[in-house]
Design a protein around this ligand. Sequence first.
Ligand code: FBP
Length: 335
Amino acid sequence: MTLTTIERHIIQEERKLGPTTGTFTNLLYDIAVAAKVISREVRRAGLNDIIGGTGDVNVQGESVQKLDVYSNELLIGMLSRSGRVCAVGSEELPRPVIVPEKWAGKYVVNIDPLDGSSNIGVNASIGSIFSILPKKSDGKIAQDTDCLQAGSQQLGAGYVMYGSSTVLVYSTGHGVYGFTLDPTVGEFVLSHNQIRFPDRCKYYSINEGYSAYWDAPTRDFIAWAKSVDKQGRRPLSHRYIGALVADFHRNLIDGGVFLYPRDSREPQHTNGKLRLLVEANPIAFLAEQAGGTATTGTERILDVVPSDLHQRVPLVVGNRAEVATYQEFARKAAA
Ligand code: FBP
């Protein structure tokens, strides 16, 4: 019986690309190790003083959770002292961490250390998200701008979901693979090979509580998703966990479309809630690798040129046909 651990899989994948230094392999493995440690803490949440807020407010204006801080410090500690990374952009920090020359490597990593923070205290699924980019600036020391690259520049991306089991899903541009953490051996083992969106779209995922603030394309799309069609493909069923990683993972495996659109609530939601660099770009990279689509409604997510580490974008991602229907409503609304 062969056991395909994530380390073995990454090496096999990298060998497909020809002679390599193994640095990329080791970087992905660093993230896998950090995921195991965070998973250990999540599994004991409620017993280890990791639930609840720190009393601080982060750069997003959100109350900081203890697990946000723990995951952020762990991931930055692992990445910035690996000799493989030159800059880390984190959802939790106002500016990128620029790695000192002594430790600086050739990759840039943008992270959402703990996704779905509002689920921590109620033991619902949460996650971590990562996006790997090449260093662009000259010189040994990175610049803040190294983190501000379009999603199309990503060399790899993935997420970890801390749910009924801990699953790590990643892509380096050659398909999407899922690994489940086997706590009995402490290894991520291949459980989902070459993941593709199924043809049939079963679910739509959106926070319906904000429907009063939706724009016309979103209102029209959700009305369409709930309408009955003769072939029995609709209405789509509604599912919403409130953690991007968990909602996307379900839709990737079972077929679905996730939406966090722009809405007319307070100013900061005119561009939606989700962050381009640490949420939308890595999820869009995986979606396209799995045969799906990711859009702002009018623009391919991976083509959006970033101007700020924490900029937000509207996100519609999932099965190709359903996302195209949303884009059609957006085109009509703009006409
Ligand atoms: P963070 O928890 O990393 O801030 O992520 C934002 C997020 O929790 C997403 O995971 C999720 O899709 C969305 O916000 C839920 O927002 P809302 O509670 O407004 O539906």
